[in-house]
Design a protein. Sequence first.
Length: 355
Amino acid sequence: MSSTNTPAIQLVGLRKVFGSGDHEVVAVDSVDLSIAEGEFFSLLGPSGSGKTTVLRLVAGFESPTAGAVLLSGRDVTQRPPYDRDVNTVFQDYALFPHMSVVQNVEYGLKVKGVSRSERRQRAMTALENVRLGAFSRRKPSQLSGGQRQRVALARALVNRPKVLLLDEPLGALDLKLREEMQVELKAIQRDVGITFVFVTHDQGEALSMSNRVAVFNHGRIEQVGTPREIYDHPQTAFVAGFVGTSNLLSAALSGQLLGIATPHSIRPERLRLVESTGDASAAGEISVAATVSDLQYLGADSRVRVVLEDGSHLLASVPSDRLVGVAIGGSVRLAWSQHAAVAVVDSDQLQGENK
Ligand code: ADP
Ligand code: MG
């Protein structure tokens, strides 16, 4: 971490329009963002929401239609990529197959004319950063997919950039490897202390690794916050639905269930099943009668879909050992604490779980 408070990256009123006339695409729209030095920061959003374009604007591969990019307080908007202290790791990183791992990592330094002994030393340090010190003499074909991805990371780290941009770098790996790499990547970032800006469409990935997350939709940021803030207090219907699973209650249903006629979000795991007879719900809880429409056993937890009297659907996630006596077509009562319902801004996304 730096001793100053100058952010590593500032994006000010950033806008990028591709094409013109009828073919105009607004890829990035009014993005304001400040990323601190040493942060692991994720840009999260569906495909086409503008994440890659933001990274390319930061790296200098694109120039904005409007707005500015500042790196460590310096306006680099008009500067070329080589004059910016950032490096990018892409999903399809090409390693040179005929070179050893260490030769791949030091190649960029060789091109820059760094002396043989210095570049070897820096390449070995970068390989140790990604825990591949013992693999330096292997060829890429003798490594696993995850190890090759770490070589690509070392190749970027060897330049000692202040900021590392990562565009869906784990996208090509299978699930188990991806989960291992999430842990690795976070540990590597903590060790090297470089600011990471990580692009992903995978909410689990963003939540598990990041200090903070910006959620993108249609080129705009819908919310910025810590993973916990984003998950527990989604501000918009879109964020509630995209990050984790959510029950989005329309204004009408919220009025009926909560007594507040604005849209709300409730996480499935905040809904409890209580005895359908009698009012077993505790003080400060809200409850409603429902009919079970579907049961999905997932191991430790199960998903219970219910229909309310007015035809609305809700999804509850409950520990499987609480399902005794619950069956499709049966009557249940759902209860939740008043705090479990979070008000969200209506952003035309209220299809979801309701109706
Ligand atoms: P993401 O990385 O979130 O999937 P992108 O930043 O790649 O999204 O794209 C955002 C939008 O901009 C999309 O509609 C995409 O088709 C469009 N776009 C991206 N690059 C170009 C380009 N070079 N020319 C025209 N349209 C583009
Ligand atoms: Mg992309």
